[in-house]
Design a protein around this ligand. Structure first.
Ligand code: ATP
Ligand code: MG
Length: 439
């Protein structure tokens, strides 16, 4: 690509969010954070990059994310830093560094973050993407697992998303996992030679990663591998059963999928995914689970913890696919056109006053003809318009035109805020009668 082209082309795997789309992002981010707030989660904001070691320790140094997907660079002092590939590691680090886990437990945190993974871009898979996530610290009981799942479920329900399946599994604790890992080693060892290079390398150190491999030959072999649910200990089994009972009590439908293991090393016990048919190959829109060992791994006191991350690009894809429209932002309430210098100044003054009252008002800042100003008002979709000339300036009143039905009425400038507000109320009332109200 020549150098000039580079100036007008975003890097592959990144996306611009244009004004025509940004309201959707604002809406889902607010909905997610507000929903989580009802469950007691409060927002945390963490840095875009961290020490590489943090991700190696938490996500795991035999995972795809760490081995293949991180954007890693050195600062001037030669320290290795990485753009965050996910939000949990930074959140746990921040909670520990700032002493948040010393407060009354549980501590509940939520976030919206951009994440970076050097993956091959395709539908639903980008190099820069966004996650909404929650993390809960200090709660070991199965009710917490159901509560965290409940946040995600609640968000999907409020958006009216159909055909999402919640799949859950338990991947046990370090004790029961040891036996399972041995069983996996035995099973996969019989297939050495057919497995991909990465899987062969990981077999000794982290055989559970083989269950997650996307190479078709490996996936085929993994299909018949032993399942963890046959190996989990009594405590883990009881925890899993009670998680299910809690989900049922909350009216949340789920299926058990004993093959979910998740791609990050820090998980223990409950893991879950929300899966949609509307996403093609990248079918998981939200994934999470328990990570009871992570806080201690990162230097804190042993603290049970759990959370999830929801991919916002994939969420928007589902909304689009299912034709779910999100409320569009407020459109222009009033356009004030003007003829002549004095009138232009008046238009500027009235605009400024009305904006202070919370109305979306525009006037001519280009120096256009009256005809061109009115054309622009139309294009803006202004609900009301008004033309000011010398006569209007001296009489302090002007005709206010409803751009919908063309009706006009004379309004004194001092009564403008009230008139714009009345139009606003009328539009709201029309909206309500347009919708069929059913009880
Ligand atoms: P996948 O199996 O699709 O690669 P993952 O297991 O790597 O997903 P997680 O690390 O669990 O994903 O991240 C949680 C969520 O973040 C995913 O369910 C997905 O919605 C989103 N996500 C992950 N990677 C990407 C990506 N490269 N582009 C867009 N969204 C992503
Ligand atoms: Mg991945």
């Amino acid at each position: 690509m020549n150098k000039m082209k580079l100036l007008t082309k975003a890097p592959r795997g990144t996306q611009d969010t244009l004004p025509s789309e940004s309201h959707k992002w604002q809406f889902i981010e607010n909905l997610a954070l507000d929903t989580a707030r009802l469950y007691g989660f409060r927002e945390i904001r963490v840095p875009t990059f961290e020490h590489t070691e943090l991700f190696k320790r938490s996500v795991g140094d035999t995972t795809d994310v760490v081995q293949k997907e991180m954007f890693t660079f050195e600062d001037r002092g030669g320290r290795s830093l990485s753009l965050r590939p996910e939000g949990t590691a930074g959140t746990v680090r921040a909670a520990l560094e700032n002493g948040l886990l010393g407060d009354a437990l549980p501590v509940k945190l939520s976030y919206v973050v951009s994440c970076f993974r050097n993956e091959r871009p395709q539908a639903g898979r980008f190099k820069e993407f966004h996650q909404f996530g929650v993390e809960m610290f200090g709660a070991a009981a199965p009710g917490a697992d159901a509560e965290v799942i409940g946040v995600a479920n609640d968000i999907f329900e409020q958006l009216g998303i159909q055909n999402l399946e919640l799949q859950i599994n338990s991947i046990g604790c370090p004790e029961c996992r040891a036996k399972y890992q041995q069983a996996l080693k035995d099973y996969f060892s019989a297939h050495l030679g057919t497995l991909c290079g990465t899987c062969e390398e990981r077999l000794e150190k982290n055989p559970m990663r083989l269950l997650d491999c996307k190479v078709p030959e490996c996936a085929e072999i993994a299909k018949d591998a032993p399942v963890i649910l046959d190996y989990i200990c009594n405590d883990c089994r009881k925890h899993f059963e009670l998680t299910k009972v809690n989900l049922q009590a909350m009216g949340i439908a789920f299926v058990v999928n004993p093959r979910i293991v998740r791609g990050l090393d820090y998980y223990t016990r409950t893991v879950f995914e929300f899966v949609s048919n509307d996403l093609g190959a990248q079918s998981t829109v939200c994934g999470g689970g328990r990570y009871d060992g992570l806080v201690e791994t990162l230097g804190g006191k042993p603290t049970p913890a759990l959370g999830f991350a929801m991919g916002l690009e994939r969420l928007l894809m589902i909304l689009d696919k299912q034709g779910i429209e999100l409320p569009s932002p407020q459109s222009c309430d009033l356009y004030i056109a003007s003829i002549g210098e004095e009138a232009a100044l008046k238009a500027a003054q009235l605009t400024s006053l009305l904006r202070k009252e919370g109305f979306f008002v525009e006037f001519d800042t280009v120096g256009r003809s009256l005809k061109a100003q009115m054309k622009y008002a139309d294009k803006l979709g202004a609900k009301l318009s008004m033309v000011i000339g010398d006569d209007e300036v001296s009489s302090c009143k002007a005709k206010l035109k409803d751009m919908g039905d063309g009706e006009t009425k004379e309004v004194e400038f001092k009564d403008l805020p009230e008139a714009v507000y009345q139009k606003h109320l009328k539009d709201l009332a029309d909206e309500v009668t347009d919708e069929e109200i059913q009880f």
